[in-house]
Design a protein around this ligand. Structure first.
Ligand SMILES: [Zn+2]
Length: 317
């Protein structure tokens, strides 16, 4: 069987204490790992697989041929957080292997946090979560949209595997349902009130900056777009989507001088036919989702909807 494996990483943290600080271990469908766990994983993976780079991945997926002794495996890292230069790059560099980093533009270009991370921090740092719910609901009440609000409440105010009803409601409303300008307003309000009033400082500590990206690219880490604002792409209009794709390509081109054909990586794994079509139009040859799985090259699959193995599921491969 010809199998192609891509591993999906998000955050790598310094130690277990940092894991405990987090209210939710699971972020964007992927567990955080400690630096030690990550190091051990890379040791295991380099022994048992052929870690392939971007060009090898492109060749394998396009030709559907594998000329390697061991199973090919690609390492991918989402969201451009600081740990990717602090803990990931040094380890990969030492092992002489490369990874693909999907970097959102917003933290670098605008020095603003991504909503997913800001909401996460707000939920950890806000005791009175009812105040957030009230602010969200007020938007609908102010605009005479009570029926709409009732539907959102019914569909979203319920717990799931990782969240209690209040947290789930806040996340869904602030990430998907509220109009973008209102999301920006409410998130910014609670972030500055309850997390920090110095967002620039937060961003500098939490995300990769221009120098980090230059250093990583120089050291053979491959930087690829991951949208500008990291919104759910399916919530954008066609015009907004096209602008986001073009802007994110132009942003990455500042650092990735060899940028040509690329792999799209949909924030939150959120995509539809339109998203895939536009990514292809602007030269994406493949697309990664956040769905869990490996690619069997002998079977039929959609190259714009490739699954990845979550980093806490290595045992499955
Ligand atoms: Zn992401």
């Amino acid at each position: 069987m010809k199998t192609l494996i891509a591993i999906m990483y998000h955050r790598i943290v310094k130690d277990k204490n940092q894991l405990k600080l987090s209210a939710f271990k699971k972020v964007n469908n992927s567990y955080k790992l400690t630096k030690k766990e990550f190091n051990e994983q890379i040791d295991y993976l380099t022994k048992n697989f052929s870690i392939i780079n971007f060009c090898e991945f492109k060749e394998i997926i396009q030709e559907k041929k594998i000329r390697l002794k061991k199973r090919p495996l690609l390492l991918t890292f989402d969201d451009g957080t600081k740990d990717h230069i602090k803990y990931v790059t040094p380890i990969l560099k030492k092992k002489k292997i490369s990874g693909i980093f999907f970097v959102p533009g917003r933290p670098v270009l605008e020095k603003k946090a991504l909503h997913a991370h800001a909401i996460h921090e707000i939920l950890i740092n806000t005791k009175d979560k009812g105040a957030i719910v009230k602010k969200i609901d007020n938007f609908y009440l102010r605009n005479g949209l009570i029926d709409k609000l009732k539907i959102f409440k019914k569909n979203n105010f319920c717990s799931d595997q990782f969240n209690n009803p209040t947290s789930r409601y806040i996340k869904k409303m602030l990430q998907i349902h509220l109009p973008i300008y209102e999301r920006e307003k409410i998130i910014s309000y609670f972030f500055h009130k309850n997390v920090t009033n110095n967002e620039t400082d937060f961003v500098e500590n939490f995300y990769l900056n221009e120098n980090d990206l230059e250093y990583m690219q120089l050291n053979k880490m491959v930087l690829l777009p991951h949208s500008i604002n990291h919104y759910h792409l399916t919530t954008l209009s066609k015009k907004e989507l096209e602008k986001d794709i073009l802007d994110s390509i132009n942003f990455i081109k500042i650092f990735n001088k060899d940028f040509d054909k690329w792999i799209s990586c949909y924030p939150f794994g959120s995509f539809d036919r339109n998203v895939k079509k536009l990514c292809k139009k602007y030269n994406a040859f493949a697309g990664f989702t956040t769905k869990s799985g490996t690619v069997n090259l002998d079977r039929k699959y959609d190259i714009m909807e490739l699954p990845r193995i979550h980093c806490d599921e290595i045992g499955k491969i």
